[in-house]
Design a protein around this ligand. Structure first.
Ligand SMILES: [Zn+2]
Ligand SMILES: [Zn+2]
Length: 209
């Protein structure tokens, strides 16, 4: 809501350490309401708050952008090699923003990463479960954090999930061996300069059968 956003706006740009008494900031995951402690990331350059019980991190939007301005560039995404390690299981249940107590929304990262990251839709702060920042970092997606919450990013993730589902359906219907051969054929065709002619020929042969 625009009114709420105007009220919260000045707070978002103040220095992280001055805004709120850390004793009043509670972990969105741990039920006992464990207090968050200042625990900067990125060699102390990125102000963040950590829960010592679940090892999750809270990063305020203004602090993220302050750090990004210091870094000065966005590192290109590293392609998937193997699934990144996670150190904490994804806990279910409602999570509340440590700063403004609004409900946190969950956002799929996609790009071969299986977990979701949480964001407060009111103050734009981000919550990362234990190990998630490191897992994003391995792929250089950590400096894209606010983009993950964009509609455009989320639409692309949805497409990615749909494509994976379609591929998985074909793999089941064709069987592993034929699916593998079809994939090789597709890769060969896609890269071929006479791709259209080859397609036409394959269909011609098919019609004659
Ligand atoms: Zn916790
Ligand atoms: Zn918030």
């Amino acid at each position: 809501m625009p009114v709420v956003r105007r009220e919260i706006a000045p707070e978002r740009h103040r220095s992280s350490l001055l805004v709120i008494d850390p004793r009043s900031m509670h972990c969105p995951v741990c039920k006992e309401g464990t207090s968050l402690e200042p625990a900067p990331l990125e060699e102390g350059k990125l102000a963040a708050w950590r829960c010592s019980t679940c090892n999750g991190h809270w990063i305020r939007n203004a602090d993220f952008w302050r750090w990004r301005a210091q870094v000065g560039h966005n590192t290109p995404e590293t392609p998937v090699t193997e699934p990144p390690a996670r150190t904490a299981p994804e806990a279910a249940g409602l999570r509340l923003c440590p700063d403004c107590h609004h409900v946190l929304g969950r956002y799929k990262v996609g790009h071969g990463i299986g977990f979701t990251v949480d964001r407060c839709r009111n103050c734009d702060g981000a919550w990362l479960d234990g190990g998630e920042w490191e897992a994003l970092r391995v792929r250089n997606l950590h400096d894209d954090l606010p983009r993950i919450f964009d509609d455009e990013w989320q639409r692309a993730v949805k497409r990615e999930v749909q494509e994976q589902t379609t591929e998985e359906n074909f793999r089941r219907r064709l069987g592993d061996a034929d699916y593998q051969r079809a994939q090789e054929l597709r890769t060969w065709l896609d890269a071929h300069p006479k791709r259209s002619e080859l397609f036409a020929y394959l269909q011609l042969k098919h019609r004659r059968d």
